[in-house]
Design a protein around this ligand. Structure first.
Ligand SMILES: *[C@@H]1O[C@H](CO)[C@@H](O)[C@H](O)[C@H]1NC(C)=O
Ligand SMILES: *[C@@H]1O[C@H](CO)[C@@H](O)[C@H](O)[C@H]1NC(C)=O
Ligand SMILES: *[C@@H]1O[C@H](CO)[C@@H](O)[C@H](O)[C@H]1NC(C)=O
Ligand SMILES: *[C@@H]1O[C@H](CO)[C@@H](O)[C@H](O)[C@H]1NC(C)=O
Ligand SMILES: *[C@@H]1O[C@H](CO)[C@@H](O)[C@H](O)[C@H]1NC(C)=O
Ligand SMILES: *[C@@H]1O[C@H](CO)[C@@H](O)[C@H](O)[C@H]1NC(C)=O
Ligand SMILES: *[C@@H]1O[C@H](CO)[C@@H](O)[C@H](O)[C@H]1NC(C)=O
Length: 435
């Protein structure tokens, strides 16, 4: 890339040093972008827009000593990068105008030169060479890939399909204006012959082919005023295209200069339109929100059903007397999975396991009863409804309960030293009996 640019810049330097007339700078108008890569763009991605770039200094086509119109040669390099590979926009033009700029110009078929009312007026006095990528019936265009020439009018006096006559075999070679390749347009005017020749050819060919693409036999001296401005224009329609003006070379006489372009510069691809970007962003946002909504509703759905399940199990007493309800997992972890090692005792009601609640040191006793045994359920209800709300130093505190599958769980503070009935009814001699 940088190598290409270096070569390319060398070519540009050559251009500047060979200029007969001092070319100051371009006066851009409309959608012209001044590039620092050695070229500038006449249009951007905006639809139905036009751009103009005019030389800041006027040129004189009159020999001051003879007062006669001089012959001239103009060569410039251009490239067109279309939005769609096989469809052009409207096109670009090289103009010689009496004023620095063409006010009131329209886009689309007017190529940023004229407008509906100014088109065809002889007072325009504009000589235009158009590179037209759109077939406009109203101007009698021959096709959608042609080079034309007229003065003060968009209707071409002479026009031809884009291409060139190869010097080697004399064959006509087609050229696509929207190929993205750099092309050179050579315009030669001979005042003695009163003839204007236009040749379009690939930039890789350094010397203009001998046979021109267009030849207009007309005396241009009435149109070449004392001072004229050189400019470039381009326009887009409903389809976009970026028109590049890459470099130019002017001679005050007939010449067919050898201009070595070096390697083709890598023109950037057609920029993605902002609206495309916006559309992409919108599409992404929409997708994300749809997914989010889906996930949210799925979560809601799951919760609703889980809640419904819990509700089914919840009975009136639970709502009325329910102390803290433990998650089964909590109790499972606390009792190390209801391991036999944790078992404190066993009775008609079920089993009691010792455990430690995760995240605290407090020991608990978990009483597990069977849900389906009527006795178990009654006992469970009785314990919850009575002890559940009681707080007394001599009573074991009920911390909470849990229901899981067919089991009911009651969670108490753990009181060491075994069961009270041992102290009341023990037959063991060593055991101290309570009265
Ligand atoms: C293209 O050029 C027009 C006319 O100057 C301007 O209004 C618009 O903002 C430009 N668009 C972009 C994308 O640069
Ligand atoms: C103007 O014309 C004279 C006489 O034909 C010629 O010698 C001179 O070179 C011309 N000047 C330019 C700038 O072409
Ligand atoms: C050229 O034209 C100017 C004014 O238009 C005139 O003064 C001058 O004499 C003319 N010169 C010649 C050589 O005809
Ligand atoms: C055409 O251009 C002329 C000259 O600049 C201007 O006065 C006129 O308003 C323009 N007409 C339209 C339709 O744009
Ligand atoms: C431009 O084209 C129109 C229509 O074909 C024609 O009437 C007019 O004379 C041409 N202009 C010139 C300067 O040849
Ligand atoms: C050149 O283009 C013309 C018109 O589009 C077409 O008829 C012809 O076949 C093309 N020739 C080549 C060699 O592609
Ligand atoms: C225009 O091209 C023809 C060949 O088709 C050539 O004879 C003539 O000299 C050329 N004229 C100019 C001004 O280059």
């Amino acid at each position: 890339m940088s190598r290409e640019l270096t070569l390319f810049e060398a070519v540009l330097v050559m251009f500047l040093t060979l200029f007969h007339n001092s070319l100051g700078y371009f006066i851009p108008a409309g959608s012209v972008g001044i590039g620092f890569n050695g070229y500038f763009t006449l249009t951007n991605t905006t639809q139905h827009t036009h751009g103009q770039a005019f030389d800041s200094e006027p040129l004189s086509f009159t020999n001051s000593s003879t007062n006669l119109t001089t012959s001239f040669s103009i060569n410039f390099f251009l490239a067109i990068v279309p939005e769609h590979n096989h469809q052009g926009s409207h096109g670009m033009a090289f103009v010689i105008s009496p004023a620095r700029g063409l006010p009131g110009a329209s886009s689309d078929q007017y190529l940023g030169i004229f407008n509906e009312t100014t088109n065809g007026k002889s007072s325009n006095n504009v000589i235009a060479i158009e590179l037209d990528m759109h077939k406009d019936q109203e101007f009698g265009d021959i096709d959608d890939n042609h080079v034309g020439n007229n003065i003060s009018d968009m209707r071409s006096v002479v026009s031809a399909s884009a291409g060139y006559y190869d010097d080697e075999d004399g064959q006509f070679k087609n050229l696509s204006l929207i190929s993205r390749n750099v092309m050179r347009l050579s315009i030669v005017y001979s005042q003695p012959d009163q003839q204007l020749n236009v040749t379009l050819f690939p930039a890789e060919i350094f010397v203009p082919p001998r046979k021109p693409l267009l030849s207009l036999n007309q005396d241009l001296s009435p149109y070449l005023l004392e001072e004229m401005y050189l400019g470039f224009t381009a326009s887009t329609g409903s389809v976009g295209a970026v028109h590049y003006m890459i470099g130019w070379f002017i001679d005050g006489e007939i010449s067919y200069p050898r201009l070595e372009f070096g390697k083709q510069p890598n023109l950037p691809p057609y920029p993605k339109k902002a609206s495309h970007k916006t559309r992409t962003v919108l599409a992404i946002c929409l997708t994300v929100s749809v997914i989010a909504a889906f996930i949210a509703s799925w979560i809601g759905f799951v919760f609703y059903f889980r809640h419904k399940k819990v509700k089914e199990v919840l009975e009136e007493w639970e709502i009325q007397f329910g102390p803290h309800r433990f998650a089964y997992e909590e109790l499972f972890n606390a009792t190390k999975g209801f391991k036999e090692k944790q078992l404190l005792g066993r009775g008609g009601f079920g089993q009691v396991y010792k455990g430690t609640l995760p995240g605290s040191d407090s020991e608990i006793a978990v009483k597990r009863t069977s849900h389906d045994s009527r006795q178990g359920m009654r006992e469970f209800l009785a314990e919850i409804s009575t002890i559940g709300r009681l707080r007394h130093p001599n009573l074991v505190r009920l911390l909470g309960y849990c229901r899981h599958k067919e089991h009911l769980y009651l969670v108490y503070d753990f009181i060491p030293n075994g069961s009270l009935d041992k102290y009341l009814y023990s037959n063991n001699e060593n055991q101290e009996r309570l009265t």
